[in-house]
Ligand binder design. Structure first.
Ligand code: ADP
Ligand code: MG
Length: 390
């Protein structure tokens, strides 16, 4: 969708803002450009809508060299959101949002209807906010209007230059969540600039990590965090990259431990035998509908009636209803364990109990996924070296 081919931008004073940049952004993909201030992110963006012309190299949009497209025509196909928002102070929120449709000569009613629809989409009730002026909005609300305005003419491409940089962290997280929801419905091709690695990781399908004017690594968030390509990237993503990686690594089936499963109505004898067969000190307890009930320990049952003629698991089982769906991020698993003060959590596929994640398994999953990304193989193919206590 957007392709950079050996793009360089140098200024008259000799500053090379962007140096021989080549990468491609697929249609519907959200790519974050992340790097410290002055590394060439904004320059990269502005070359896409021809606010800045490259010194050499080519940029293609849908296969067409953009230097052959009239800049005004080009910008109609590209929504642009910047940190300063740039709303017109003397125009209402609705009119601000309808800016591009107005410019395109849409009939007034159609433009206003479209603007109202978009305000709704970004979480601003048009009947409440439509007639306000920008200075009657909070910073977060102004950013929402900025996003709505950029989307008004339904451009296939969005350029977003630190759009959420000026709001406080809580609002910022809200805006990120909303934007992800929006993007999952709209599938725009997005270039999103940020200097915040957390934001880059959270939003990006892929991340371009910028050094000075150059892309040091261009890959998925998980790979950038798990296998930084250069010492520079490693330093930029931070010494807590392992922790950050937890949030971009999903629970997979192969990560799970499979303790024996017993049912509430099983007799004590049957349950004890089941655990003994697996040499397991505990079992997961499901109810008659195979829903998670909790767990029972072998020690609790030992000494009780082993013939199984009296008593069922029901009287001895402990409740534990911490569960997550398959595919949830490992970070959520870890935080659920802490929240429930639990040594394991159940992992379900829809309604179906699949197995459990323990701290040890979680750690293994992280090691496995890191090794898999580094070696470009699947997690199941990774052989972990483990140290076993004698
Ligand atoms: P970022 O957005 O990553 O902070 P920019 O793309 O704005 O970085 O700038 C990249 C580099 O180009 C910086 O060193 C900046 O000072 C320089 N630069 C930007 N605009 C100009 C200009 N008009 N003349 C000279 N240097 C510039
Ligand atoms: Mg910038």
């Amino acid at each position: 969708m957007i392709r950079f081919e050996h793009v360089t931008k140098s200024y008259a004073d000799g500053t090379v803002a962007v140096d021989d940049l080549s990468f491609e952004v697929a249609a519907g993909e959200l790519v974050t450009l992340v790097g410290p201030s002055g590394c060439g992110k904004t320059t990269t963006m502005k070359m896409v809508n021809r606010l800045i012309e490259p010194t050499s190299g080519h940029i293609y949009l849908d296969g067409t060299d953009i230097s052959t497209i009239d800049p005004v025509e080009l910008r109609r196909r590209i929504g642009y959101v910047i940190q300063q928002v740039g709303l017109f102070p003397h125009k209402t929120v609705l009119d601000n949002t309808a800016t591009v449709p107005h410019l395109l000569g849409w009939p007034r009613k159609k433009a206003r209807d479209r603007a109202a629809e978009l305000l709704e989409l970004v979480g601003l009730d048009p009947s409440q906010y439509g007639d306000r002026y920008p200075d009657q909005l909070s910073g977060g609300q102004r950013q929402r209007v900025g996003v709505a305005r950029a989307l008004a003419a339904d451009p296939p491409v969005l350029l977003m230059d630190e759009p959420f940089g000026a709001v406080d962290p809580v609002v910022r997280e809200h805006l990120q969540t909303e934007f992800l929801r929006l993007q999952s419905a709209l599938h725009k091709t997005v270039l999103f600039v940020t200097h915040d690695i957390e934001e880059a990781v959270r939003l990006g399908d892929r991340i371009a990590v910028y050094g000075e004017g150059r892309v040091e690594q261009f890959d998925t968030p998980a790979t950038v965090l798990g296998a930084p390509a250069t010492p520079y990237v490693a330093e930029f993503v931070g010494t807590d990259r392992g922790l950050k990686r937890l949030s971009v690594t999903p629970i997979e089936r192969g990560d799970l431990e499979l303790p024996p499963v017993v049912h509430l109505d099983d007799t004590v004898g049957r349950a004890t035998a089941r655990m003994a067969a697996d040499d397991s000190p505990w079992a997961v307890v499901l109810d008659a509908e195979d829903q998670l009930h909790g767990w029972v320990s072998a020690a609790t049952l030992s000494g009780l009636d082993r013939t199984g003629t009296q008593g069922t698991v029901r009287e001895h089982a402990r409740r534990m209803d911490a569960w997550l769906p398959l595919g949830a991020p490992l970070k959520q698993a870890f935080s659920t364990m802490l929240q429930y003060d639990a040594g394991w959590i159940a992992v379900l596929d829809g309604d179906r109990f699949l197995g459990v994640l323990t701290p040890t398994r979680l750690h293994e999953a992280l090691r496995r996924s890191t090794a898999a990304d580094a070696g470009r193989i699947t997690r199941a193919e990774v052989e972990l070296e483990t140290i076993r206590n004698a």
